[in-house]
Design a protein around this ligand. Sequence first.
Ligand SMILES: [Zn+2]
Ligand SMILES: [Zn+2]
Length: 223
Amino acid sequence: MSVNHQSPDDAREATRDAMVIALDRLREDGSGGLSLDVELSSSFVSEALAKTDARADQAGRLDAHIWLQADGTVLVRGRLHATFAVPCARCLADAMVDAGADLCVTFVPRGEFDAQLARRAGDSDDGVELDADDLDQFPYEGTSVDLSPLIREQIHLAYPMRALCGYGEACRGLCPACGANLNEGPVQDHCPKCHAALGSASAESEEPPPAWKAALEKLRGNN
Ligand SMILES: [Zn+2]
Ligand SMILES: [Zn+2]
């Protein structure tokens, strides 16, 4: 990796800086637009998931094409690639989450954005619904567009309510008695004591049951 010599903080800063696109740069590139290929440092991905139990060890990537239109609108089309790990809902082992997403957003100069909002507020009084395009519009101010808040939000949105490890629905979770990961083999192999306590087929526990079972069956029969 090209960023190995950087501290996590530096790598995060570099990722943020790479996502600030100066409008001058877009003007120079003309109508063909600008191609952007940014490595998203793992520290940047981690920051997007701060305050969650997710862990990001791998760098992601942002592949995008950006155009500046004559009216000052900036179009961004591309794809976000990122993965992170969360604890499996059953066994707490890593469950990998794919935060990959297609991006199709428009940045509108702040003044125009606010004017559109005001118009829309008027429209919705008349019962006009927002269409999906409106939701992918963001305002920008000054002489550059910063993609990093958008990318952070996209990664954060990928945080799942519940995720399962590589075993999927076959994940057997943890032993309720000792916490051993039951995916690692049959219970009797890695926690024989728990197996004896939890299981009913243990040889030593053969004696007492018949007595109380007989008593119980008697009670049931009498009812
Ligand atoms: Zn699991
Ligand atoms: Zn156990």
